[in-house]
Design a protein around this ligand. Sequence first.
Ligand SMILES: Nc1ncnc2c1ncn2[C@@H]1O[C@H](COP(=O)(O)OP(=O)(O)OP(=O)(O)O)[C@@H](O)[C@H]1O
Length: 259
Amino acid sequence: MASSIDVSDLNIYYGDFLAVEGVNMSIRSRSVTAFIGPSGCGKSTMLRTLNRMHEVLPGARVEGKVAVDGQDLYDVSVDPVQVRRQIGMVFQRPNPFPTMSIYENVLAGNRLNSKRMKKAEADAIVEKSLRGANLWKEVKDRLDKPGMGLSGGQQQRLCIARAIAVEPQVLLMDEPCSALDPISTAAIEDLILQLKEDYTIVIVTHNMQQAARVSDETGFFNLKAAGEPGHLVEFNSTQQMFANPDDPSTEAYISGRFG
Ligand SMILES: Nc1ncnc2c1ncn2[C@@H]1O[C@H](COP(=O)(O)OP(=O)(O)OP(=O)(O)O)[C@@H](O)[C@H]1O
């Protein structure tokens, strides 16, 4: 289920604008990788290239290679819609489908995959996914109620349940806790640590403590100067990155001297 990701010589464009330049990194299967760096350095842009969400915008494109378990995601033979199904994404703001019940929210991806399911099978997926997202106990008696009726933290866990219901190879998370209170944030962080037993997880975060708490590896992105493309300064084990970074700018960012 979990995959490794190898990025080579990746340049990421919005039209003519080179937003991120020359990224090389290897993301291990069944690990948590955090992307950190100051605003505008390209963390979210980089994340969205890992499931071909970037090119949804007109004119947005990449050069280089992103290989998932050795298969180049950008090969002409690869269907981007299929990639987005296999590599799930959780966004900054929880986004349950407003008209759907909790139950139907969990199954939304499976239904899109147009898999016909028997009721017992659907029930099993809903329970497994909600258990996997640490939400089952809180919602099991109100599965037919709207997903929007949950708290923000519960909605985010519902979105995680929806993402894992299709058994993706990789989970991408773009600042998944930035709209949440500290208790909900702690619940999501616990969940991330559990999920990495089964999934490869990549998370963008502005929160240094969060990166230190949940990730195994960290990539620090930066801009050489305003208007210049973002680039990956350092990719290292999180422990080393926070204790003894290779690059002085990593040290300056982590210790709060800029950004
Ligand atoms: N839709 C877009 N069209 C054109 N340029 C964009 C678009 N989205 C982002 N950019 C530009 O790409 C660069 C990287 O942006 P991105 O949002 O990836 O950075 P980030 O590190 O995630 O920032 P933040 O931490 O503020 O979310 C920035 O210069 C940004 O202005």
